[in-house]
Design a protein around this ligand. Structure first.
Ligand SMILES: C[C@@H]1N[C@@H](c2cn(-c3ccccc3)nn2)[C@H](O)[C@@H]1O
Length: 446
């Protein structure tokens, strides 16, 4: 029995408009975390901060005034928006999410509503405009990351406990609305907003305000894409409202983790945002622990697409605006694979097939093509695939070499072995299945 909600979700099921269909088919995206935190790069006074570099302001070892005065050191002489966009293009990313303002409140655009922006740094110039233009020129859609939580704004509160809190937070809410309308007005090419910093009680209590603000933004920018993290319903429920309906246009619940089965995504659109090290979004000088390889990241991309989502890989440019070598190399390695295999990623989604040990299957939307993205090569050379009843395999071949038609054997009803011995076994590869309707129940060759 559904309960009456004024500020719950206002739409059930996936959006079907062209802007969202393009987003749904993107498959692979780039995340950019850049700001003042890139200057210390996880280190202060010769000591290393163990947390995520973009959270260094919350570290007791670094006095807040010392962090806040980093604005006077922001002068990224090696910043080159076209180079960042080229790296994303070479990787095969079809959209980018860029931090306009992270939790520290520093704005990468010359906002009229605070002095804590690039305009008052030695750099002086707008960073967002050249980035939006460079990515747009490269044919990569832009999404603006915006943190509601803003440690620099005097009106920010973690919770509203007193009348004074309430008065201060009203000013903060007006400021937040002003900045969001400002961003949408200054960067009309942006396709969406990626909200963060919305988990504290102060914001969760603003169901009505946030609901009306979301409506105002959608009216100002028809088709705008906003995820489930922006606002809570009037009972404080986030991501899914009190009737368990997804808030916003897609689920933003997969941060540094992936769903495992299709049941985990409840038939919704979703994105997974991922770091290359364990947990560093902003630039950190010392990448500690496991640094993901391009093969791991390609597998995560294939897994995300196989479960109907997008995979968004994070880059943390240095304080001088350059991109670190490890990130450039990974982007090129992923891009080399995507150049050959992106047909299995772009405009693909959940195939409906049972998961097999060799890897992940994806399906082109509306076309009878299934892609078997192989990460684990069976010693038998036989790749098992179970098709729905009345579906047969018309043809099978390697995506990387379509002249190599592969032998297919129906080993049980609707269960097939595809035989493939790929040339190079050191990289994931894709087997294509062109399917057709089964005319009649063919002989099964047991
Ligand atoms: C997309 C990622 N989200 C930010 C984040 C938020 N949190 C966090 C930490 C403690 C409680 C709740 C949320 N950790 N990281 C990261 O700083 C980065 O921006």
């Amino acid at each position: 029995e559904k309960i009456k909600l004024k500020h719950g979700s206002h739409r059930e099921g996936k959006r079907t408009d062209a802007i969202m269909q393009k987003w749904r088919g993107n498959g692979l995206g780039q995340f950019i975390h850049w700001g003042l935190y890139a200057i210390p790069g996880g280190e202060w006074n010769g000591k290393q901060y163990n947390g995520a570099a973009e959270w260094i302001r919350s570290w007791n070892e670094m006095p807040k005034p010392a962090y806040d005065s980093l604005i006077y050191k922001f002068n990224p002489v090696n910043f080159n928006a076209d180079q960042w966009a080229a790296i994303a293009k070479d990787m095969g990313a079809r959209y980018v999410t860029i931090t306009t303002k992270h939790h520290d409140g520093f704005c990468l655009w010359p906002s009229k509503y605070t002095s804590y922006t690039v305009a008052n740094s030695p750099w002086k110039k707008d960073i967002m405009k050249p980035l939006v233009d460079a990515y747009d020129k490269a044919g990569i859609d832009v999404i603006l990351y915006f943190s509601i939580m803003d440690w620099n704004h005097p009106g920010w509160r973690y919770d509203i406990k007193t009348r004074a809190d309430s008065i201060a937070f009203e000013g903060f809410k007006k400021f937040t609305r002003n900045q969001l309308i400002e961003l949408l007005t200054m960067y009309p090419k942006a396709k969406g907003l990626w909200f963060d910093g919305t988990w504290d009680k102060s914001w969760i209590k603003q169901a009505k305000f946030a609901d009306e603000l979301e409506a105002e933004m959608r009216k100002l920018r028809p088709g705008l894409i906003i995820g489930s993290r922006f606002r809570a319903d009037e009972y404080g429920k986030r991501h899914f409202d009190s009737n368990n309906v997804l808030m916003g246009d897609y689920e933003q619940g997969w941060e540094r983790k992936l769903p495992n089965t299709i049941a985990d995504v409840h038939g919704n659109d979703w994105d997974c945002v991922m770091t290359i090290p364990e947990n560093q979004w902003g630039y950190n000088k010392a990448w500690k622990g496991h640094i993901k390889t391009s093969t791991e990241l390609i597998e995560m991309t294939a897994k995300a697409v196989s479960l109907g989502g997008n995979f968004v890989l994070n880059f943390g440019p240095k304080g001088d605006g350059s991109i670190r070598d490890q990130e450039k190399r990974l982007a090129l390695e992923i891009g080399d694979w995507m150049k050959v295999n992106n047909e299995a990623i772009y405009n693909c989604g959940y195939s409906g097939l049972e998961k097999q040990d060799w890897g992940y299957s994806t399906k082109k939307t509306r076309i009878d093509k299934i892609y078997m993205v192989v990460f684990n090569i069976p010693v038998s050379g036989a790749y098992r695939v179970k098709l729905p009843a009345k579906t047969a395999i018309a043809k099978s071949y390697l995506l990387a070499d379509q002249n190599q038609v592969l032998k297919v054997e129906e080993v049980h009803t609707n269960e097939y072995f595809v035989y493939a011995n790929p040339a190079s076994q050191s990289k994931p590869f894709v087997i294509v299945l062109e399917t057709k309707k089964k005319e009649r129940s063919g002989e099964n060759n047991y």
